[in-house]
Design a protein around this ligand. Structure first.
Ligand code: SF4
Length: 593
């Protein structure tokens, strides 16, 4: 008998016309690792919730879920509680909502051992500390006493994995465990899951939309589409020779760093549209008596040509978004200047001329949060025209909106809808239509495709590149996703703790990174090849606090190539075969890729 046997599982809700899971049949053996992939709405998470007995009360469930011979569908809570957390455990996507904010970390983990009578109090403390240590927390004794909000996102996710594994479950269900994390933290968490899975011989069910994550971590893969299992098999075989249309489409849409570069190089004779000179941003710490400053962006300079895409990459907190906001005049810069078509701009957006404001536009990560919920799609897209092209007749405005909606691939019939009636991909297209309707010269995209499925992401990227080709649009593309960077950028800026580490052409960065941090970022990206062994821990630990940054090179506490000079002096950007690199050892290191 298999450890888990799902038979003809169907889940429906009264308010949806179709079942969200239709006739799912799947067996999971002990020690096996299975990836469940599919787009949003394919039924992955609903299936996991059914295994855990966590579906809402209005779910209508048919079929069976047997775990080690016991039927779980329809089982009473006291029966399910014997299995949850100790024999079947789950890691959720967002640890902020899965951890109790009022209970200290140590107590939350210890409670699992005590409630399931796995051991007594004294041993529970020891085992909890041991688990916090195993999941790689830097100071387990301190983190044992901490509340969830005192930990970073990566640390909270480690705690979630510790909580899932502390009862030594036979089956670990991990639902998008790394989707919200930086690529470096993702690599650390996946390495941890692989190690613990191998040590405990537990079965692993990894739910993700990222096929690269499955390629490096799962022996078997299950592909779901609109509630149905459409393909199942060994990961290597399915990835090499997919049988279903859906799998083929997912594999084609999955961005990876060996992707074909979609952007053609810009011609060299175009002048800079935007020049950023020594721009810097800092914040005062509110609670600090001495008025300590947090330097979000240290003085940095770069330029953007017409029809060029410059990607800005780095982990959370590296200063990417502060840089974008300072360029747009939404955040006061400490110093430096922004020049647009050769003219220096006032620092604050309110002091900039309308012609400048209409030419510098931005698209934000969360389209639903950036669209006014009380306005229809038509009103949202039309609003910039009303502000900047006063006097234009209503028929003309309506026509412009219809043309714009069509050019971003939206049915003009959607114009009467409101943001909550749109899918994530449609809402992001509306946000892009709004930012493009004034035909800007520069568009800054801040994690504009991060929340979207691979196929929708690809459509949005193609849309932006088509617009660039058509109108000469210049793009600043802020992202932590290097696979996307590989596909669309001409040049890449790598930032670490507010400082520029490397500025390089796309091809140079991806074939020969010069800065150890750039190399670590590249090594952390999951590869879409089941035969490629994932690199274990390309970058350990987390960035230092911005309030007490290290001396010298900010990266030196995490750099495996650091020497004494690295903690003594700040490296300047120097030219290395056409790339600008801030590393004392850039000329001698051969980091290859
Ligand atoms: Fe590493 Fe030193 Fe280079 Fe910094 S300057 S990246 S610590 S080798």
């Amino acid at each position: 008998m298999s450890l888990l046997e799902i038979n003809e599982l169907t889940i429906r809700y009264a308010d949806t016309p179709e079942p969200v899971v239709k006739g799912l049949t799947l067996a999971v053996e002990r020690g096996e690792s299975i990836g469940i992939v599919g787009e949003s709405g394919s039924g992955k998470t609903q299936s996991a919730m059914a295994i855990m007995g966590l579906l809402p009360a209005n779910a209508q469930v048919s079929g069976t879920v047997h775990f080690d011979g016991t039927e779980l569908t329809g089982a009473a809570d006291h029966v399910l509680n014997q299995y949850r957390a100790c024999r079947i455990a789950m890691v959720f996507q967002d640890p902020r909502t899965a951890l109790n904010p009022y209970v200290r970390i140590g107590k939350q983990l210890r409670r699992i051992l005590l409630e399931h009578k796995i051991c007594g109090r004294a041993e529970a403390n020891v085992r909890t500390l041991d688990m916090l240590n195993k999941v790689g927390l830097s100071d387990p004794e301190r983190q044992f006493r901490a509340f969830p909000h005192e930990l970073s996102g990566g640390m909270r996710q480690r705690v979630m994995i510790g909580a899932a594994l502390i009862g030594e479950p036979d089956l670990l269900v991990a639902d998008e465990p790394t989707t919200a994390l930086d690529v470096t933290v993702q690599a650390q968490i996946l390495s941890l899951v692989r190690r613990l899975h191998a040590e405990t011989n537990s079965a692993l069910l990894l739910i993700t939309h990222d096929l690269g994550v499955v390629a490096g971590n799962c022996e078997r893969v299950v592909v779901m589409d609109r509630g149905r299992l459409v393909e199942e098999g060994m990961t290597r075989g399915v990835f090499r020779d997919p049988a279903s249309e859906k799998t083929r489409a997912l594999l084609l849409a999955a961005p990876h760093i060996d992707s074909i570069v979609m952007s053609e190089p810009v011609s060299a004779d175009t002048g800079p549209v935007l020049e950023i000179e020594d721009i810097a941003v800092s914040f005062k710490e509110r609670r600090s008596k001495g008025g300590r400053s947090l330097h979000a962006v240290k003085p940095m300079s770069f330029s953007l040509q017409e029809r060029e895409t410059v990607a800005v990459v780095g982990e959370s907190g590296s200063g990417k978004t502060s840089l974008a906001r300072a360029i747009l005049g939404l955040l006061p810069a400490d110093g430096g200047q922004v020049c647009f078509l050769g003219k220096t701009l006032p620092a604050h957006i309110g002091a900039r001329k309308n012609t400048v404001r209409r030419n510098l536009q931005m698209v934000f990560q969360d389209p639903l949060a950036s669209l006014n919920p009380a306005m229809s799609v038509r009103e949202i897209v039309m609003e910039p025209l009303r502000i900047h092209e006063r006097g234009k007749k209503k028929a003309g405005l309506n026509n412009d909106v219809a043309v714009m909606l069509a050019s971003v691939g939206l049915d003009p019939g959607l114009a009467g809808r409101y943001p909550h009636e749109l899918s994530g991909g449609q809402a992001q297209r509306v946000a892009i239509a709004r930012s493009l309707i004034l035909k800007p010269k520069v568009l800054i995209c801040d994690e504009a495709v991060a929340a979207l499925d691979g196929t929708v992401q690809l459509e949005i990227l193609k849309l932006l590149l088509a617009e660039q080709e058509r109108s000469g649009l210049s793009l600043v593309f802020i992202t932590h996703d290097l696979a996307v960077v590989r596909q669309i950028s001409h040049r890449v800026l790598v930032m670490y703790m507010g400082r520029l580490c490397e500025i390089a052409k796309n091809e140079s960065l991806f074939t020969r990174p010069r800065h150890p941090y750039a190399k670590a970022l590249l090594s952390s990206v999951p590869v879409l090849d089941p035969d490629a062994r994932p690199v274990d821990l390309p970058l350990a630990g987390e960035a230092s606090s911005m309030l007490s940054p290290p001396t010298g090179c900010l990266f030196h506490p995490r750099c495996q190539h650091a020497v004494a000079a690295c903690s003594e002096s700040v490296p300047e950007l120097i030219d290395c075969d056409g790339s600008l690199v801030a590393c004392h050892r850039a000329a001698e290191l051969d980091l290859g890729y």
